[in-house]
Design a protein around this ligand. Structure first.
Ligand code: NAD
Ligand code: MG
Length: 385
């Protein structure tokens, strides 16, 4: 039986992963090693019981007793805190879903790669802040990284066995998020509640706000660059309000292959789970006649300055990705806490990049995890200042 772990099981992507495992036979079909979560102890304990996991880990040390109580009599080990999370990540597993949100997902994912696991990567932050490191560790330990972000799964599927030489460019689509059709002058007064609703996808709050600001798409441009090794000039973004086409690969011979599907993360997660095979998944079939039409527009960089910043980050290389991600996380924290307005996030990230680009070593690709984390800390400090 395949040994499986899910980091961030209680989140939006993680819960979809758990759902897929349950529908594919649950504990009778998979040997579930570790499930991790945060403050939702009841949810974590239920998932661990349903899947008969070896260990359940909450990221919060003070919740250990609660988790123990929730797992009483099940024989499932309870653990808590950062160290426990890494210990669980180091337990041998064949397939690991990396679905923690933010840079906090980097170390658990790297740990799984060091143990040779196949890492189904939803945590795009890992590639944005440490793409080079992730690839080197995967290569050194003969581990595989599979994309779970819907656009990147789509590119991966469109590419098939084709090499990048035959690719002219790749296009990832963006719904445009909550404020796609808002008048520009209204954006400055957008509230957290307004930014937390997505037209098409049901996702965690942070990535939903990042969709409204297009910081999510900015991260995904960098993720495309890091994952596929594609030069920035061959990566395009298209606003596609219906979220039916997730990515398009345009070849040198004038042909373009598009990947379509209902906006349901269980397709991309399930594709990574079954790869290299395809198996039935509990995903609604596509009914194009019911949808009627698909529309597209060029993204407006005045509305979404994050897209321009992504290009600047890729041009700068080195530590720019780590700084960009951390500054973005800090700006998002500041927006959610009501310290800054919606349209202040991008200028705050840009100012942080500019300030830190003067520091020695900025132009060098971080060689190790410690260096990535140093840039991450410096960026959060600078952004919050
Ligand atoms: P979420 O907020 O719903 O869930 C996050 C999970 O991570 C939870 O289990 C939470 O307990 C855990 N977590 C949060 N902070 C942690 C920390 N410091 N240490 C350990 N665990 C922590 O997030 P989500 O929307 O499921 O997104 C997860 C990842 O997947 C993100 O990287 C996101 O960009 C990516 N992603 C999400 C979607 C989506 O549909 N939600 C789509 C594509 C990619
Ligand atoms: Mg995506």
């Amino acid at each position: 039986m395949r040994r499986i772990s899910i980091f961030g099981a209680t989140g939006s992507v993680g819960a979809n992963g758990v759902d897929l495992l349950m529908q594919a036979g649950g504990a009778d079909a998979f040997d579930v090693v570790a499930l991790t979560g945060g403050r939702n102890i009841a949810r974590l304990a239920k998932m661990a019981r349903d899947l008969r996991a070896d260990v359940a880990v909450t990221a919060h040390e003070e919740l250990l007793d609660d988790l123990r109580a929730a797992l009483a009599g099940s024989g499932i080990e309870a653990a808590a805190g950062r160290q426990a999370l890494l210990e669980a990540a180091a337990r041998p597993a064949d397939w690991v879903l990396s679905a923690i949100i933010g840079a906090a997902g980097l170390l658990p994912g790297l740990t799984a790669l060091r143990h040779g696991a196949t890492l189904a990567l939803a945590n795009k932050e890992s590639l944005v802040c440490a793409g080079g490191l992730m690839r080197r560790v995967a290569e050194d330990h003969r581990a595989t990284i599979l994309p779970v972000d819907s656009e990147h799964s789509a590119i991966f599927q469109c590419l098939g066995n084709e090499t990048l030489e035959s690719v002219q460019h790749v296009t990832i689509t963006a719904s445009g998020g909550a404020f796609r059709d808002w008048p520009l002058e209204r954006l400055a007064t957008a509230t957290v509640t307004e930014a937390s609703t997505h037209p098409n996808w049901a996702m965690g709050q942070r990535i939903t706000i990042d969709s409204a600001s297009m910081f999510n798409k900015a991260m995904e441009i960098i993720e495309t660059h890091e994952f596929f090794g594609l030069e920035p000039k061959r990566i395009r973004v298209l606003v596609h309000p219906e979220s039916i086409i997730h990515a398009l690969v345009s070849h040198v011979d004038g042909g373009t292959i598009a990947h379509m599907g209902a906006p349901d993360m269980r397709h991309a997660i399930g594709y990574a789970l079954n790869w290299p095979h395809r198996r039935p998944l509990p995903v609604a079939p596509l009914d194009l006649a019911a949808i009627g039409g698909l529309t597209f527009r060029t993204p407006d960089e005045t509305r979404w300055p994050a897209l321009r910043l992504a290009r600047e980050v890729m041009a700068a290389g080195g530590a720019a990705g780590a700084v960009f991600n951390a500054a973005k996380e800090q700006a998002l924290d500041d927006f959610i806490a009501g310290r800054i307005g919606f349209t202040r996030m991008a200028p705050q990230v840009e100012a942080t990049l500019e300030a830190l680009s003067a520091r020695p070593g900025f132009g060098h690709d971080p060689a190790d995890l410690e260096t990535v984390l140093e840039w991450d800390r410096a960026a959060r400090q600078e952004a919050a200042a």
